[in-house]
Design a protein. Structure first.
Length: 329
């Protein structure tokens, strides 16, 4: 075993994984959050009672929602993200537990805000406490990630409670909070469930990528990441065949495609090759999915007959952000 070689490879892949690509949907998100922030601040300055609104970011698993919001909040010049050691925080970002209840989500918010509950309380009391602590910390925006779990397998009355809780956060008399919800496309159902709630949200979609619109950018990522890893990248790797297969293998989701490129680079470095080649994509897909060549979209002639979801998991019901990525990490 060559620990030094592994360490060098790990350094390269860690560096590549930490990179953030500003894609066109990210620019839309940046604009929507910028306006939301500016509106909250202008309302506060005006001193008039107002009602906040929100942004709903939807996209499939692996489209890059969590990464985009985390990058935006971490690098934003005027929005400071909640940390335990500071009282004032413009943004609090919370992961909705799965499976969840209104009460569990409220508890997660309280823990995130630094006030874990010691005793059991009703959902109503918990959400009043959430509102109270958001006001104490002067929090303008509350981000709930995987927000579709707020509506999974809910009865009509539970759905009403979720909708009312979200509305009351935004309509609070003294301290209305702007909501940023991110999640899978069925999050739209939650918002459409109530027209009053729905019209308070600006929707942003992280849509799938396609060969027709994104081939150039995907080729650029292969070229740039390859170069940064010290590998030569032949023109063939940036050509139609490889790029088409890559987009297909990544389920047309930008984040999955990027992860596959990094995984292929890792295979190239492991094999000691000075060049990035198709074989490395074959090896990356096969390592992550455990599939034979005949099911590998980088091998099979009629690659659209293969199933890129092999990369995700064998059990569709278990697909969550974590399981999707555990295959590629
Ligand atoms: N803009 C980006 N630049 C670089 N890597 C990205 C970008 N968006 C997503 N990724 C990669 O894709 C992975 C999956 O993205 P993630 O944000 O978890 O997707 P989602 O939350 O939509 O399921 C991330 O771990 C990250 O490595
Ligand atoms: Mg996510």
């Amino acid at each position: 075993m060559d620990q030094n070689k592994f360490a060098r490879i790990a350094q390269v892949t860690v560096k590549l994984s930490a990179k953030f690509l500003r894609h066109r949907n990210y620019q839309k998100l940046e604009e929507a959050i910028g306006l939301l922030e500016a509106t909250r601040r202008a309302e506060l300055e005006s001193g008039l009672p107002q009602e906040a609104y929100g942004v709903a970011l939807v996209g499939n698993a692996g489209s890059g929602k969590s990464t985009a919001l985390s990058h935006l909040f971490r690098t934003h010049p005027t929005l400071n993200l909640l940390r335990q050691d500071v009282v004032q925080a413009d943004v609090a970002s919370i992961l909705v537990p799965s499976p969840s209840t209104l009460k569990l989500v409220g508890r997660s918010c309280l823990t995130g805000l630094g006030y874990p509950l010691q005793r059991d309380r009703t959902a109503g009391v918990i959400w009043e406490l959430v509102q109270h602590h958001l006001q104490q910390r002067q929090t303008l925006l509350l981000h709930l990630d995987e927000a579709q779990d707020l509506m999974r397998s809910r009865s009509a009355s539970e759905m009403t409670a979720v909708v009312n809780t979200l509305k009351s956060l935004m309509q609070h008399k003294e301290w209305p909070v702007g909501l940023v919800l991110s999640g899978l496309p069925d999050l739209k159902q939650l918002l459409n469930n109530d027209t009053q709630l729905g019209r308070r949200f600006e929707p942003i979609e992280f849509s799938q990528i396609s060969y027709e619109t994104d081939a150039g950018n995907v080729a650029k990522i292969i070229g740039q990441y390859g170069k940064e890893s010290g590998l030569a990248v032949a023109d063939e790797m940036l050509g139609r065949d490889v790029v088409q297969r890559l987009i297909y293998a990544g389920s047309s989701e930008l984040g999955i495609v990027i992860k596959l490129i990094i995984a292929a680079i890792r295979e190239a470095l492991l094999s000691g090759s000075p060049r990035l080649e198709t074989d490395h994509f074959i090896a990356a897909f096969s390592r992550k999915s455990g599939c034979v060549d005949d099911l590998n979209p980088f091998v099979r002639e009629d690659f659209t007959e293969t199933d890129p979801r092999l990369l995700l998991t064998t059990n569709e019901d278990l697909v969550t952000a974590d399981t999707v990525w555990s295959g590629l990490k």
